[in-house]
Design a protein. Structure first.
Length: 398
């Protein structure tokens, strides 16, 4: 396998990094201390520059205004954008919209795609509505929200939570039980619910470790109270939600893991910069001279490099043999990269001491927001058990 990126993608990543460093990173301090609303207007200007430069929506279909990059190339782009919490939004490839667009493109009818794809790829927000407070997201067969057919309509009822970007979304993709009597993996369907539909109620933003984010970064509790949409708003076939969710998650994990590696790279850079400038003894002895700090830096460098290679290999595998055949690889990168992420950010924060606990650097934000990496898209433990089961059944062969 040739690990050398093409000249095209190297040039592309360089152009993206230039805009990110020049136009997006300067907005980060206000975002961290004042919130998203404080930077939305200048971010809109940046998004206009990105579109004018032909760098918008790198992973989305060309026919809808994206660049059409494959998984490996977009993985490299995602790593660059992950350096800043605002990066993916500035370039039109943020979650959960990216996964929603992929899912709609795969399973939507021509009418559904014509209605929603141009708006979503163009930058309008959407949300994926699955998880529930009292039912495990790790095993969604127990989800209770229902969509009952009445004539030519679906009637939705139930409660969901941790629904990212629900406020102001133009459309929601709702996982709901359409046939509770069916087999465990055939009960759920995906229903398209336009934002603002009566009965689709965003109740509150869920505070995360003391912070209640708004808009782009809000994790919300939503309620469906006799919410009615046309029967034609069914995405794919009835009972196909689990299949669609799995198809959505394979590429999604590549996006997440490469974004996490961008976070790791930024954290390592901050760790090195602080350790090299911080005086801890006489005469002018720097923190970077400590054997403990040097060991942490070396471990972080090795962890990031290994995680990067396994993730790009998995992206290549998905492109060559499909997500089903690459399911072990997909599970392994999820828990391996999440552990590298948590360890790297934690070490960088530790090196910064009390400064690391503040919002004067991005490290506290990374620590707070990315702890969930070991929980969402299935807890790490679930993925480890799945991999172990398959490896055992193959007698230890990989």
């Amino acid at each position: 396998m040739d690990f050398q990126p093409s000249a095209r993608i190297l040039d592309l990543c360089g152009r993206i990094r230039e805009i990110l460093d020049r136009d997006v990173l300067p907005l980060e301090p206000d975002f961290l201390t004042k919130g998203f609303d404080a930077v939305k207007a200048p971010l809109d200007v940046v998004r206009g520059k990105v579109k004018a430069a032909g760098l918008w929506a790198p992973n989305h279909p060309v026919e809808y205004g994206g660049m059409g990059l494959d998984l490996v190339d977009h993985g490299l782009v995602s790593e660059v954008l992950g350096r800043c919490p605002l990066g993916h939004y500035a370039f039109g490839c943020q979650a959960p919209d990216a996964g929603n667009i992929e899912m709609l493109h795969l399973y939507g009818t021509p009418e559904q795609k014509a209605e929603w794809m141009p708006r979503m790829v163009g930058g309008e927000r959407s949300c994926f509505v699955m998880t529930e407070r009292d039912n495990s997201g790790a095993n969604p067969i127990f989800l209770k929200t229902t969509a009952r057919r009445e004539g030519d309509e679906w009637v939705l009822n139930g409660n969901k939570w941790f629904i990212t970007s629900a406020p102001g979304c133009v459309v929601a993709f709702v996982m709901a039980a359409t046939d509770p009597s069916a087999g465990p993996h055939a009960r759920q369907s995906v229903i398209i619910v336009p934002g603002g539909t009566p009965g689709f109620i965003v109740e509150r933003n869920t505070p995360v470790m003391g912070h209640a984010n708004t808009d782009l970064f809000a994790h919300c509790e939503v309620r469906f109270d006799n919410c009615r949409v046309p029967y034609s708003n069914l995405l794919g076939r009835e009972g196909q939600a689990f299949h669609m969710a799995q198809a959505r998650l394979g590429p999604g994990r590549i996006h997440h893991c490469m974004r996490w590696l961008g976070i790791c790279a930024r954290s390592l850079e901050l760790m090195c910069q602080h350790a090299s400038s911080r005086v801890i003894g006489e005469p002018d002895r720097r923190m970077a001279e400590s054997d403990i700090i040097r060991a942490w830096i070396a471990e972080a460098a090795a962890g990031i490099t290994a995680a990067r290679l396994i993730t790009l290999y998995t992206a290549w595998r998905i492109e060559k043999v499909g997500a089903k055949e690459a399911r072990n690889d997909i599970s392994m990168i999820k828990y391996h990269c999440a552990e590298v992420l948590q360890k790297t950010v934690d070490r960088a924060l530790q090196v910064h001491g009390s400064l690391g606990m503040t919002d004067y650097t991005v490290l506290a934000y990374f620590y707070r927001e990315e702890r969930a990496s070991r929980i969402y898209d299935g807890p790490d433990e679930v993925h480890k058990l799945a991999v172990a089961k398959r490896v055992l059944s193959q007698g230890g062969k990989l």
